[in-house]
Write a protein that binds this ligand. Structure first.
Ligand SMILES: NC(=O)c1ccc[n+]([C@@H]2O[C@H](COP(=O)([O-])OP(=O)(O)OC[C@H]3O[C@@H](n4cnc5c(N)ncnc54)[C@H](OP(=O)(O)O)[C@@H]3O)[C@@H](O)[C@H]2O)c1
Length: 279
C-alpha cells in the first residue's frame, strides 16, 4: 500500500482528497495547521524526521495554502510566507528524504491575454498577489525537489468549502435576479475530479513536471451560474456584467482556461454529478 501525506487536509480539496485517496487504496496521512505550520521550518523538519522513523512515505501532496485571492492584496507578506516559504520548507525536506512532492498551483499565474487554453509550458505573468505567491511556490518546488509534480487547477468547488457553486445556490434563495461577471473565462473544477486527475497521473507513472488538472471546456462565471441554476431548476435570473462593474481588490485574468489533455471530463458533466449528489 502506498502512503501519501496530504497537507491542507482540512481544506475544501483536502477533505475530499482524504476520502478519495483512501477509497483508492492509499494510506493517507492527513495533516493541517494543528499538526505543523508549514511556515515553521523546524516543525516541518521535525515532523518528517519522526515520520520517517515510523514509516515510509511515497508522496507528499501539498494542498495547504493561503487561498484568499482578494485578501492577499493587503496581506502580501502572509500570502508569500505560506505559499512561497511554506512550500520551500516542504520541497526541501521532501528532496532530502527522496519523496516526490505534488504541489497544487493555479490558473492565476497566467495573465489571461491568450485566447486559446493555456498549455503547461506557456509563459506566466500573474496579475495578482495570490498568483505571484503561488508561482513563487512553483519556482521553489522546481528548484529544490527534482521529483515534483506541479498540478495547476482552477475555479475549484466542493461540498466542504466556500465556493462559487454554493454561493450561487445560497444567493438564489433570497435573490430573484443576480448580476454575474461575463468577461472572465476559465475552467470550473470539482475537487473530486482534481483528486481523480492526480491519481491518474500517479498511477500511469507519468513523468515529473507540470500538469493542468481542471474541467474540460471553459465558460465564464455568468455561464457557470446559468448552468448551476438550470441543473438545479432554479428560476433566479442571471444578468451578465463586466468586471469593471464589479471591482475587486485583486485583478483577474480575462481568459485563464487551461488545456488538460483529456485528464478530466467536461466541467458540465462534473457539475451535473455534483448537483445530483449534494443538492
Ligand atoms: N479554491 C480554488 O479555486 C483554487 C484554484 C486553484 C488552485 N487552488 C489551490 O488548490 C489548493 C487547495 O485549495 P482549497 O480551496 O482546498 O484551499 P483551502 O480550503 O483554503 O484549504 C487550505 C488549507 O491549508 C491550511 N493552511 C493554511 N495555512 C497553513 C499553514 N501555515 N500551515 C499548515 N496548513 C495551512 C488551511 O488551514 P486554515 O483554514 O486554518 O487556514 C486549510 O485547511 C491550494 O493550494 C490552492 O492554492 C485552489
Amino acid at each position: 500500500m502506498k502512503t501519501i501525506l496530504l497537507t491542507g487536509a482540512k481544506g475544501m480539496f483536502g477533505q475530499d482528497a482524504v476520502k478519495i485517496f483512501s477509497e483508492r487504496g492509499y494510506e493517507v496521512l492527513p495533516v493541517d495547521i494543528d499538526d505543523f505550520d508549514i511556515t515553521d521550518e523546524n516543525s516541518v523538519n521535525a515532523y518528517f524526521e519522526d515520520l520517517m522513523v515510523q514509516r515510509c512515505c511515497n508522496f507528499v501532496l501539498h494542498a495547504a495554502a493561503y487561498t484568499n485571492v482578494d485578501g492577499a492584496e493587503t496581506e502580501k507578506d502572509r500570502a508569500f510566507l505560506i505559499n512561497e516559504k511554506g512550500t520551500e520548507n516542504l520541497a526541501r525536506i521532501t528532496a532530502k528524504k527522496n519523496i516526490p512532492i505534488i504541489y497544487l498551483s493555479t490558473d492565476y499565474i497566467f495573465d489571461g491575454k491568450k485566447n486559446t487554453p493555456y498549455l503547461p509550458e506557456d509563459n506566466f505573468n500573474p496579475l495578482n498577489i495570490y498568483g505571484e505567491s503561488k508561482l513563487a511556490g512553483e519556482i521553489a518546488v522546481k528548484k529544490l525537489n527534482p521529483r515534483h509534480f506541479i498540478i495547476r487547477t482552477s475555479w475549484l468547488y466542493g461540498h466542504n468549502g466556500k465556493n462559487f457553486v454554493e454561493t450561487m445556490i445560497n444567493l438564489s434563495k433570497t435573490q430573484p435576479v443576480l448580476k454575474v461577471v461575463d468577461d472572465q473565462t476559465g475552467c470550473p473544477t470539482w475537487t473530486y475530479d482534481l483528486a481523480e486527475g492526480i491519481l491518474k497521473i500517479l498511477e500511469a507513472n507519468m513523468s515529473y513536471g507540470i500538469y493542468h488538472v481542471c474541467g474540460s471546456g471553459f465558460t465564464t462565471w455568468h455561464g457557470f451560474a446559468k448552468k448551476i441554476f438550470s441543473l438545479k431548476g432554479i428560476a433566479t435570473q442571471v444578468i451578465p456584467v463586466t468586471t469593471d462593474e464589479f471591482p475587486r481588490p485583486a485583478g483577474r485574468p480575462k481568459f485563464s482556461a487551461m488545456e488538460n489533455n483529456g485528464i478530466c471530463r467536461t466541467w458540465e458533466e462534473s457539475l451535473k454529478k455534483y448537483i445530483e449528489l449534494y443538492h
